[in-house]
Design a protein around this ligand. Structure first.
Ligand SMILES: [Fe+2]
Length: 303
């Protein structure tokens, strides 16, 4: 059986196993499956049950195929080992359990190795609707089904290449302040690009616009809002706009960008890298997201 009543739980914000790993400085961890409480499984059951009909209407077909291929369980939190057995033969991707936030470079570098840093905790039952930080529902029900698609998986790997290029482009700068300034701009551009595509992207479908961004696919409320609401501005994706658009995280996204296909998206990441090499990301518009020191340090340490 997956749980006992005395299981300590792996609830976001209250997960002793994860907190202890963090205090030991361990980023990559295991998924101690029998620590999930019955309430944790119930949270997954409810989240999964209510979002399925919205996926049928608003998710892109590659995602729906991915949900099938991975056989995500409706009634309990998935075991990452089981998911990975089905995922790896398709694209080489693996969900890799982590204890918390993975600093910028390390995150992108994982993608390059076809590893997706995956949170193992799940949100509290009284916060089913919105959680600012990722949890296993966001990561495994929102992101991982996309990783079953070859073209999309290649996009993520290409982001990892960009992160290496960012290191290469800034490692020779002697003036520390200038190096930090340039890296801040480049990382901000990459983060915005990632945010408006992998997290909140829309794509053209044969029967209208559908979602491929995982922030949308894991949000019961925002998924419908993103496609149906008159309050959302939806525009064909433009690289110059993505890298300069402020990304706010605490409310439904008012501006979303539409790609034609994942090949189209792959080409855009390639252009992002070209622009980086040409110096065009050295002065992007200021504003959110804020780039944290540990993110910058991760790029500098990689040099
Ligand atoms: Fe995410």
């Amino acid at each position: 059986m997956p749980q006992t009543l005395s299981a300590p739980g792996l609830t976001t914000g209250h997960a002793p196993f994860v907190e202890e790993a963090r205090s030991r400085g361990e980023l990559y961890i295991s998924q101690p499956y029998d620590q999930y409480s019955e309430e944790n499984h119930e949270a997954w059951r409810r989240l999964f049950a209510r979002i399925r009909s919205r996926w049928e209407r608003y998710a892109n077909p590659y995602f729906l195929r991915g949900v099938e291929a991975l056989q995500l369980p409706p009634d309990r939190i998935p075991k990452l080992s089981e998911i990975n057995q089905r995922l790896q033969p398709l694209t080489g991707f693996q969900a890799k359990p982590v204890s918390g936030y993975v600093p910028g470079f390390l995150f992108f570098d994982c993608l390059r190795r076809r590893e997706f840093p995956t949170t193992i905790t799940i949100r509290d039952m009284d916060r089913l609707d919105y959680l600012p930080e990722p949890d296993i529902f966001h990561d495994v029900a929102g992101h991982v089904p996309m990783h079953t698609d070859r073209a999309f998986a290649d996009v993520l790997v290409r982001f990892g290449d960009c992160a290496h290029t960012a290191v290469e482009m800034t490692s020779e700068i002697k003036d520390h302040a200038e190096r930090v300034r340039r890296l801040t701009n480049i990382v901000r551009a990459m983060s915005r690009f990632f945010w408006f595509t992998v997290e909140f992207g829309l794509m053209k479908g044969p029967r209208g616009t559908v979602a491929y961004g995982s922030g949308l696919l894991s949000s019961y409320g925002e998924l419908e809002h993103a496609i149906e609401s008159d309050e959302v501005q939806r525009y064909p994706v433009q690289l110059e706009w993505l890298i300069n658009q402020v990304a706010e995280i605490d409310h439904y996204q008012p501006i979303l960008f539409v790609v034609d296909s994942f090949d189209h998206l792959f080409g855009l990441v390639g252009r992002l890298e070209e622009w980086m090499r040409a110096g065009k990301l050295n002065n992007v518009a200021p504003g959110l997201p804020e780039i944290q020191e540990h993110d910058l340090r991760s790029f500098m340490d990689a040099a």
